[in-house]
Structure formats: C-alpha cells, structure tokens
Ligand binder design. Structure first.
Ligand SMILES: Nc1ncnc2c1ncn2[C@@H]1O[C@H](COP(=O)(O)OP(=O)(O)OP(=O)(O)O)[C@@H](O)[C@H]1O
Length: 349
C-alpha cells in the first residue's frame, strides 16, 4: 500500500543544507498499522509530507495505493486521509464540518448527510455533533479529526502524533477507534508517534527512523527480543551458589553478580522460572526476591540510537556546513509551489 525506495529530501537553509531524509525504504502492506517512530528531528514529518504529496522528494521514488507520489499526486490525494496534529477549533459545528468536508469530496447533499450520520455513530460523536469545534475536549476533537479524515473512505490513513496531548483515558479511547477502524474497514494506517506505548499497543510493525535513515523495522516483540531477552534478578546472600545454578541452567548467559544477588538475560524468563526455582531450592539457595523485567521499546530505542525516546527537548541535529559537497546540494529537494496546498484530504486548518 505504501512503498518507498531511497526517498530523500534536504532543506536548504541560510546556515547550510539539512539532510532531513537520507534514502528511506519502506513497504507497508494493505491493512497494516505501522508506527513511524523516531526522536525529534529524525525525519518523520518530512517523510510523511513526501508520502502525502505535500513535499516533492529530492531523490528516490514512492507509491501510495499504487500511485506515484510525484507523477500521480491527485490520485494519491484521493486515496489517502491525512490527520495532522490537532489545531484547536473554530465556531463551526461538528456536524456542519463533517457535511462540508463530505460535499468537498464530491458527495451529493443526501450522500453527505448519510455519511455524516454514519461517521457520527462510528466515532461516538452524537452527544456533541451540534457543538462548535472550539468547545470540544482534546479527545473529542481528535475523534472529529479522524472522522474528517475518513469522510471519503480512504484506503490509507496517515496520522501525525494522533494522541499527542491527550489524557490516558482519551488516548485509550482513540486507540479503540483506530483498532475497530482497521478491523471493520481494513484501512491501512501509518502513524508517527513519540509515545512508545502507542506504537507498542497499536501497531503491527514499528519502523524506527533516526538521522533521516530507517534503522529498524519489525514487530514490537521482535525488536524487544533483540535486547537479549528479559532481565532476571535474584536477590540472595548465597550469591556464588545461585550463580552456579544459573550458569548450569542457562549456559553462556551474560551473568552479573551484584551486591544483593545475581542478574542475567534470558529470552523467555517465564518459561525458565519454574525450573530455576526448583534447582535453586535443591541447591539450598534461599531467595529474598525474584524479579523479571521485560525489555521495553525504550530499551530497544536506547540500544539502537544511544538515546532514550523518553528524553524531552533534545536539540535537532545541526545543519551540514554551508560548503556542503556538490552532490549533497544537488540532492536537495525543492519545496514545490504546491507545498502550501493541502491535499484534499487534509483536515487540519
Ligand atoms: N522547513 C524546514 N527547513 C529547514 N530544515 C527543516 C525544515 N523542516 C524540518 N527541517 C529539519 O529537518 C530535520 C528533520 O525534521 P522533521 O521535522 O522531518 O523531523 P521529525 O522526526 O518529524 O521531528 P519532530 O519529532 O520534532 O517533529 C530536522 O533537522 C529539522 O530541523
């Protein structure tokens, strides 16, 4: 549904050339929900803007729903929904906004009213359909944004930070809506996020971008298993006996002793624990405590990038020096005249 090969874009600034995206390859299958994860300045927005035809690629090629993002921009725009970061509200009523969007998409007045009713029910907007957008909560506004992005039944939905700024309950509610959207309509969803939990819980696959390059692409579970498994910590005062038992049961594991006991990595701790506890008991090793810590996506991110995605306020990478090599300057993409246009599926105002 989304396919990109060597997609790149550089911005020319008065300080030099910023290579924002440096050869991104992507494959997203029909019906997949993919999380595009990366720290500030990694190149997420620039990539999404190229895929949604808002920005001309400086290099590489991409198709969305089978249409080339450069040569078939109008067809791409018809096939996608794009929900940007929420943009506050206007005095327009929710139902009017939905109907207007439907008319803009070419539906007749009767069809637009029917589609508005359908989306109002689907996203549980009935209670506030007659309210101005400016008087909605953040979570309600996001649901309206989603409904607006789906008016024309796009095959692919791009979401930029969908739950940014939402409280946990509204976030969980939004995730439920996204899950049922996919289950009921098979919509392909490509979302950027800073929330590791969002990517973990919602997405079939996670693509990690850093420094303008894709550095990993896999399921959350597979990414976590790259960390080397769960961390098991045994607290005991019989440290060397405990270490002997662990070394026998998990040969070759990276066993550490700590002042309070031993610690090691193992792929599936829950499968090992019964046998380990029996073996420790047989060796007369009394335990104060056992703890198992599953690796998180943040551990993965730290391993991949040397940085934690939870860190806030990291500076964006500095631009390359002004005297950049000719090849880099030539690869700089041009921001086309249409860049200020929004695709006909754009819903942020
Ligand atoms: N219009 C622009 N002009 C110059 N440089 C830009 C422009 N837009 C983005 N950049 C730079 O390009 C790089 C990638 O930015 P981009 O916005 O794509 O990253 P991002 O991963 O979406 O970041 P964030 O999570 O902070 O939104 C950054 O170094 C950024 O400073």
């Amino acid at each position: 549904m989304i396919s990109a090969q060597g997609l790149s874009h550089s911005y020319r600034t008065r300080f030099g050339v910023v290579e924002a995206v440096r050869g991104v390859d992507l494959e997203v299958a029909e019906g997949e929900m993919v999380g595009f994860l990366g720290p500030n300045g990694a190149g997420k927005t620039t990539t999404v803007r190229m895929l949604t035809t808002l920005l001309a690629p400086g290099g590489g090629t991409a198709t969305v729903a089978g249409h080339d993002v450069v040569r078939e921009r109008a067809a791409v725009r018809r096939a996608i929904g794009y929900v940007g970061q929420s943009s506050g509200g206007t005095e327009h009523l929710v139902s009017d906004e939905l109907r207007t969007q439907a008319r803009l998409q070419g539906l007749t007045a009767v069809q637009a009213a029917a589609r508005t009713a359908e989306l109002t029910a689907q996203f549980e907007l009935d209670a506030f359909a007659g309210r101005p957008l400016s008087r909605l909560s953040g979570g309600q506004r996001r649901r309206v944004d989603l409904a607006l992005g789906l008016v024309h039944r796009p095959a692919v939905l791009f979401l930029d930070e969908p739950s940014s700024g939402l409280d946990p309950q509204s976030r969980a509610n939004l995730w439920d809506h996204l899950r049922s959207l996919r289950a009921q309509h098979g919509t392909t969803v490509f979302l950027t996020t800073h929330y590791l939990e969002e990517a973990d819980q919602l997405c079939d696959r996670i693509v990690v971008i850093d420094g303008g390059r894709v550095i990993a692409s896999d399921t959350a579970e597979a990414l976590k298993s790259r960390i080397g498994g769960d961390v098991v910590t045994l607290e005991t005062d019989r440290i060397s006996d405990a270490a002997t038992v662990v070394a026998r049961l998990v040969p070759g594991c990276d066993l550490d002793t700590t002042p309070a006991g031993v610690q090691f990595h193992v792929a599936h701790a829950q499968r090992l624990l019964p046998e380990l506890l029996r073996a420790l008991d047989l060796a007369d090793v009394a335990l104060e405590s056992v703890s198992v810590k599953r690796p998180t996506l943040d551990d993965v991110f730290l391993r991949l990038t040397g940085r934690s995605l939870r860190e806030e306020g990291r500076p964006a990478p500095a631009p390359a020096p002004a005297a950049a090599p000719a090849a880099e300057s030539e690869s700089a993409g041009t921001e086309t005249a249409t860049e200020t246009e929004t695709p006909n599926t754009e819903v942020t105002t």
